[in-house]
Ligand binder design. Structure first.
Ligand code: GRG
Length: 296
């Protein structure tokens, strides 16, 4: 479906644009110590999948990707703050993220919590106050989407169920609930907000919701597989944590092979739904494949 599309070049170029925008989003301000902690995690690398999904969806809808850049930055800010908070001793208690010591290891717990809070609120500022050229009614929809995704109906709800499931036998429905909320919701918001800024019609928005559900679940299945098969050096975060914590994961419930088959099938379904937009959907189709072929 994506023959002839130079995905590597697309990804490199998109990443460079995103990195520049992320850098520009945290210009000098007081207190410098807080800014430093925010920049430490936001500019620590990462695949930048979420902002790129947002830009690609905006272009698929016929919009100018530059108009979606502040929202793309906002999505990476929400993602990064969720990683900072997830790594805290009260949550996953980790000391390695994106190949470096976690935020609280460097700046202490109090500043790490506050850096996360400041990134979350800056995300809304990016959309509401720093998105020139986008009609206000589209920005309002984006703010609504982000507020649902970041809060109890999204990441926070998923994280709470995940914490409550520790040390318990978890059934398939609960596992899927956790993944759809902790991981899938934000990936979905990426394409929905991008497409909204690009002026998508309801048919495209519905198709993108189906696409996002597929890639969201597939992304988490691959994450579970990589936790077992990849090293901490390659992942840039502590590998093997799920086994140590005896966490319920897809490989635990289905085995490695069946988990991979399921991820491939979900990505296949996600791609099928974008068939009517085939040419313009090339980046999103290739990004779906990237989710199952990635090694970190
Ligand atoms: C959003 C208000 C608010 C609070 C956060 C801590 C928390 C509540 C939620 C946890 C969310 C979480 C850490 C989900 C895991 C998602 C996941 C699979 C992250 C890894 O994503 P990658 O591989 O990472 O895209 P990089 O580093 O490449 O960006």
């Amino acid at each position: 479906m994506t023959d002839g599309f130079d995905f590597k070049a697309y990804l490199n170029q998109a990443r460079q644009r995103v990195e520049a925008a992320l850098d520009g989003s945290l210009a000098p301000e007081r207190p410098e110590s807080l800014r430093e902690a925010m920049r430490y995690s936001l500019l620590a690398g990462g695949k930048r999948l979420r902002p790129i999904l947002c830009l690609a969806a905006c272009e698929l809808a016929g919009g100018d990707a530059e108009h979606a850049m502040p929202t793309a930055v906002a999505l990476e800010m929400i993602h990064t703050m969720s990683l900072i908070h997830d790594d805290l001793p009260a949550m996953d208690d980790d000391d390695l993220r994106r190949g470096r010591p976690t935020n609280h290891k460097v700046y202490g717990e109090a500043v790490a919590i506050l850096a996360g809070d400041a990134l979350l609120t800056r995300a809304f500022e990016m959309v509401a106050l720093r998105s020139p050229g986008v009609p206000p009614e589209r920005l309002l929809k984006v703010v609504g989407e982000l507020s649902l995704v970041a809060g109890a109906p999204g990441l926070v709800g998923g994280q709470v169920v995940d914490l409550e499931s520790e040390g318990k036998e978890v059934d398939f429905d609960t596992l899927e609930y956790i993944h759809l909320h902790k991981t899938g919701a934000l990936l979905s918001a990426c394409v929905i907000t991008g497409a909204t800024i690009g002026g998508a019609d309801p048919a495209l928005i519905s198709a993108l919701r189906v696409y996002a559900r597929g890639i969201g679940l597939a992304f988490q299945i691959i994450d579970d597989i990589l936790d077992i098969t990849a090293s901490s050096e390659v992942l840039g975060k502590t590998a093997g944590k799920d086994l140590v914590a005896d966490k319920t994961t897809y490989p635990k419930l289905l085995g490695l092979e069946e988990s991979r088959r399921r991820a491939d099938a979900l990505v296949g379904e996600a791609k099928d739904v974008l068939k009517p937009w085939e040419q313009r959907a090339m980046p999103l189709l290739a990004l779906a494949d990237f989710i199952t072929s990635r090694d970190r």
